[in-house]
Design a protein. Structure first.
Length: 238
């Protein structure tokens, strides 16, 4: 009996707390209510919410319109997808393996020119000089490999020439090179010339002395010759 009374008190207290909470909630709703039609604040709030709803409705309408247009475009393009895949696969294979004229998409005024079937129109690629290029990826890969091999060969030949140039340079200007041998030979020749000059100095002096003596004798002979001539001319005057 006492337990039932205690449980009854608990339930009465819980009921009281719940009633007070509900009363506070109802009081809050009543005091914070918005007078939608009777006050300017309420009318403004209604107009604001209506404008927001209208904006969202317009956005939703636009999104639905774009979705329907995209879906219609997808449905019209989907049947063309296998055909377009085959076309682009053929063009890719042509670019990879063909050695025929290179084709590119024709454009006019920045727009792709289509064929009657709706595919891009392919025209030969021409250079600035009006020349048409031939070849595919395999062709240009082969050309690249040949050019690379020729370049490697040229580099090897250049390295051989450099090694030969180093060897010849060493033969010319090395410690025992031709230039050093020439310098040595010049030193030897100059030493010999100096020695010959030294050896010829006494002879040169003798020659100078003899030259002076011969000059004096020549002058003496010339004077004697003049005297003889004078002596020969005197009787003729008598």
């Amino acid at each position: 009996m006492m337990k039932q009374i205690q449980w009854g008190k608990v339930l009465v207290f819980f009921n009281l707390v719940l009633a007070m909470g509900m009363a506070a909630w109802a009081l809050g709703l009543y005091t914070g209510r918005i007078e939608w039609g009777s006050t300017k604040a309420g009318q403004g709030e209604v107009a604001k919410r209506q404008a927001t709803l209208k904006t969202l409705d317009n956005a939703l309408t636009g999104a639905e319109t774009r979705q329907r247009a995209a879906l219609a475009s997808l449905r019209s393009l989907e049947p063309r997808r296998p055909r377009d895949e085959r076309f682009y696969q053929e063009q890719q294979n042509r670019l990879e393996k063909s050695n025929d004229i290179i084709l590119v998409v024709e454009q006019k005024d920045g727009q792709i020119v289509p064929t009657p079937e709706g595919l891009p129109r392919m025209v030969p690629f021409t250079t600035g000089k009006g020349e048409q290029l031939k070849g595919g990826l395999d062709f240009f890969t082969q050309q690249f490999q040949q050019t690379q091999a020729a370049l490697i060969k040229s580099i090897e030949e250049y390295q051989k020439l450099v090694a030969e140039d180093v060897k010849l340079t060493e033969q010319i200007i090395g410690d025992k090179g031709l230039q050093q041998l020439l310098f040595n030979e010049q030193d030897i020749k100059q030493a010999r010339v100096k020695q010959e000059i030294e050896d010829l100095k006494p002879v040169y002096i003798n020659v100078l002395v003899e030259t002076q003596l011969l000059t004096k004798r020549q002058k003496a002979l010339q004077a004697r010759l003049d005297e003889v001539r004078k002596a020969l001319t005197r009787p003729a005057k008598r």
